[in-house]
Design a protein around this ligand. Structure first.
Ligand code: ZN
Length: 426
């Protein structure tokens, strides 16, 4: 009796060892060289370990230092030429601001400074009104700031499983650090807008420095993803007519919001996880009250860390029931050409709500070899994982047990192994 039992145990040990090796092999042989490989990683720690991506890494000397305030590089004749061509049209009578606003700033708000008065209707002629809402009724212009976050696969997998597209406002420095994560947004059919190079209060910058913040974020997205954005969102909403005119000269539409989840503002004191839940619930209540029956909404949320992404997942079902349509902001505006390059399109609003959430286009790869991309969204990446997410340069808010609703496929396979073992021993 002893020998068969020993054999069984040995056999079981062997099975466990092989399964363990398989799990380990999966985690150590991930493809860190392609968007598809990077998107397939489910361990957040592995996602967030740095990798080398030569098409971007080899060009980093042509960009400002990552996470440092941008300025035109001394030898960058292209950027200098662009600045020279637009600088005459940038108002010189609008002063550089301080943060918080100085007490002597005119209460008339002559500069339409959002930080001072929430102004979104420019007072300088020739500028468009900021976008603060999705124009279509009962429609949410869905979007997330501050990405790409290195551990966003679980969140992007969730969006893919829902066949849901969104607008992502990417920080140039994050794109430089995580170019394959940035590529995933385009591959998944999302819209990409710029969110500056280093996330400053833009009105505190000189016009030339503000230009550099926008210019280099656009160029980095072009280098890493292959497309040049035509929309941007000011960090902290800090924009005035001087900054708007620089963005306008670069072909960037200014996208703001009217409702704020406060998900990036957690400070451990006045703003907590509970405050964010309340903001979400208030916004949902506002939608349920019929406030958006004639004009839709934009709600400020972030791809900043595990908490902010988990909140988005947690409240998505309620958004679905409170809004008739949830679409990228560009789709709500019927902006079918979201980039300078014309070989990538977004669907019209009508197409999107009829089920065509992406349209055929040629995906421009960063090393200039273009490949055809199918429009049909795939659910092949439906696995999700949980874990701590690093903010990567931005303040990291506390993580939340909201992440627990994301399941880890790795744990599933270990659980299966244990069940198999038990049944074998019995
Ligand atoms: Zn931001």
């Amino acid at each position: 009796m002893l020998l068969p039992m020993f054999q069984r145990l040995s056999m079981a040990f062997l099975v466990v060892s092989i399964l363990h090796l398989r799990v380990n092999a999966q985690s150590t042989t991930a493809d860190r060289t392609s968007e598809v490989g990077e998107a397939a990683i489910t361990d957040p720690n592995e996602e967030c370990s740095p990798y080398s991506y030569p098409p971007v890494d080899n060009q980093l000397s042509s960009f400002p230092a990552i996470w440092e305030a941008a300025s035109i590089l001394p030898n960058d004749s292209t950027a200098q030429g662009k600045w020279n061509s637009i600088s005459a049209n940038i108002p010189s009578n609008i002063s550089v601001k301080t943060q918080p606003p100085a007490s002597n700033y005119s209460s008339n708000d002559p500069d339409c400074w959002w930080t001072y008065s929430l102004c979104t209707e420019p007072k300088l002629s020739g500028l468009s009104t900021d976008i603060t809402a999705a124009p279509e009724p009962s429609t949410l212009g869905y979007g997330f700031d501050d990405g790409p976050n290195c551990s966003h696969n679980a969140f992007y997998d969730f969006l893919q499983s829902q066949n849901q597209k969104a607008t992502f406002y990417y920080i140039g420095s994050n794109v430089a650090d995580w170019p394959l994560e940035a590529q995933r947004a385009l591959a998944d059919g999302h819209e990409i807008c710029a969110h500056t190079w280093s996330h400053p209060y833009m009105t505190t910058f000189t016009s030339e420095a503000a230009f550099a913040e926008l210019w280099y974020s656009m160029q980095m997205i072009k280098l890493a993803v292959g497309v040049t954005p035509t929309c941007w969102r000011p960090p902290y909403g800090d924009v005035d007519d001087r900054i708007r005119s620089i963005a306008h000269a670069l072909g960037l539409q200014t996208i703001m919001w009217e409702y704020d989840s406060l998900d990036s503002d957690i400070n451990g004191n006045s703003i907590t996880d509970q405050t964010v839940d309340t903001s979400y619930n208030n916004f949902i209540q506002t939608a349920n009250n019929g406030t958006f029956n004639y004009t839709g909404a934009i709600f400020l949320t972030h791809e900043l860390n595990n908490f902010t992404m988990s909140e988005a997942v947690k409240f998505y079902p309620q958004f679905k029931s409170s809004f008739q349509h949830i679409v990228p902001v560009g789709v709500s505006l019927n902006k079918t050409q979201p980039y300078v390059e014309t070989n990538y399109s977004l669907p019209t609003f009508e197409q999107y709500i009829s089920g065509t959430v992406t349209v055929n286009g040629t995906r421009v790869s960063p090393n200039s070899t273009s490949s055809s991309e199918s429009s049909t969204s795939s659910d092949s990446l439906s696995s999700t994982s949980s874990g701590t997410v690093s903010g990567n340069g931005l303040p990291t808010a506390s993580s939340s047990n909201a992440a627990d609703r994301l399941t880890d496929t790795g744990h599933y396979s270990i659980l299966t192994s244990i069940l198999f073992l038990i049944s074998y021993l019995l």
